[in-house]
Design a protein around this ligand. Structure first.
Ligand code: AHR
Length: 324
């Protein structure tokens, strides 16, 4: 098989019990249209991080395609434009509106305790998607669905260790303090941390990735490998590398995370060297999880989505099959 089909998260979909997450006690807190035992749709308030990347766009489309009226939901979707204060406001609005279930993907890990306590006080079940939080509350949420970002960073590091053991690495990080930035850095560092000569954040966007790389090429002219925390920043950096008269994929090898179509095309064109998948398509699993917490199910789960990796042996057929 031409693609490296190693699952970085173990076989198939894993549902892992999370110690310390209490069951949702009841669905009586929300005053949404379904209410307790009602027959209407489940009202869901969802606060999305933003629209910073191709990954995020695909994630939003997946969630909206699954949380439909036909599937038994009434979704209120709010884009936070990568700002925590916007997310906190949206969460408070969802409480005031008496949503049956609240879900959100936190832009950064910390600073949520007060609003999470308010959600608890309102007895509204809470589901986190994509990114986790650190919280001092007991039982801060009833379910999580997303990726294992640390394993993604480790997979990137393993490829570098095997294929570019002498590389001088520059690391283009995602939004500082976000779960994927913290965990991808940690996983990567554990494998090839001693080879990292510099780091900067590109905030998960193509434009900021390009700007950060332009500066890094000046500061670290000896770099031979870029680890970008997502495809979009890698694609922005690729433009900066080309403009600087260097050949991406050769003079500077590029390893990224996400595996959106544009990233896989760059890999096929041998401008990227390795791509670790981060799977944004979990709308159907989120719908199932919301139904469970709304029903007050006593067991809570952390659902890790399945993912793979890709190298330059990727085929055009694989790219064509990519929907996002
Ligand atoms: O949280 C997932 C990350 O967020 C994706 O890797 C990135 O593209 C997005 O912005």
């Amino acid at each position: 098989m031409p693609i490296s089909r190693r699952s970085i998260l173990g076989a198939a979909l894993a549902a892992i019990p999370v110690v310390g997450l209490a069951a949702c006690s009841s669905n009586s807190g929300g005053s949404g249209s379904s209410g307790s035992g009602g027959s209407g749709p489940i009202t869901v308030g969802f606060s999305q991080v933003g629209a910073e990347s191709g990954w995020r766009t695909a994630n939003t489309e997946s969630i909206k395609a699954s949380l439909t009226e036909a599937n038994g939901f009434k979704l209120t979707f709010v884009d936070a434009q990568q700002k925590q204060e916007n997310q906190i406001k949206a969460l408070r609005d969802f409480i005031a509106q008496g949503m049956d279930v609240i879900a959100f993907s936190p832009v950064i890990q910390t600073g949520w305790d007060q609003v999470l306590q308010e959600i608890k006080d309102a007895k509204i079940p809470l589901v986190l998607t994509d990114r986790a939080v650190t919280s001092s509350l007991s039982d801060p949420y009833q379910g999580f669905i997303g990726s294992d970002f640390k394993k993604e960073g480790t997979a990137a590091g393993d490829w570098v260790k095997k294929n570019a053991p002498d590389a001088k690495i520059f690391e283009l990080q995602g939004t500082m303090g976000s779960a994927p930035q913290v965990d991808r850095q940690s996983g990567f560092e554990a494998v090839v941390g001693s080879q990292v000569i510099g780091r900067a954040s590109g905030n998960f966007t193509r434009a900021e990735g390009k700007t950060a790389m332009e500066a890094a090429l000046q500061s670290y002219p000896d770099m031979t490998l870029l680890f970008a925390h997502n495809d979009d920043m890698g694609l922005g950096a690729l433009e900066a590398i080309t403009a600087a008269g260097k050949t991406p994929g050769t003079d500077i090898k590029i390893v990224t995370v996400d595996a959106v179509k544009d990233g896989l095309k760059a890999l096929y064109d041998k401008k990227f060297n390795y791509v670790v998948e981060c799977n944004p398509v979990f709308g159907d699993q989120l719908a199932d999880l919301i139904k469970k917490v709304h029903a007050g199910q006593s067991s809570t789960t952390q659902t890790i989505v399945t993912e793979t990796t890709f190298d330059q042996s990727i085929t055009q057929a694989t790219i064509d099959a990519r929907k996002y």
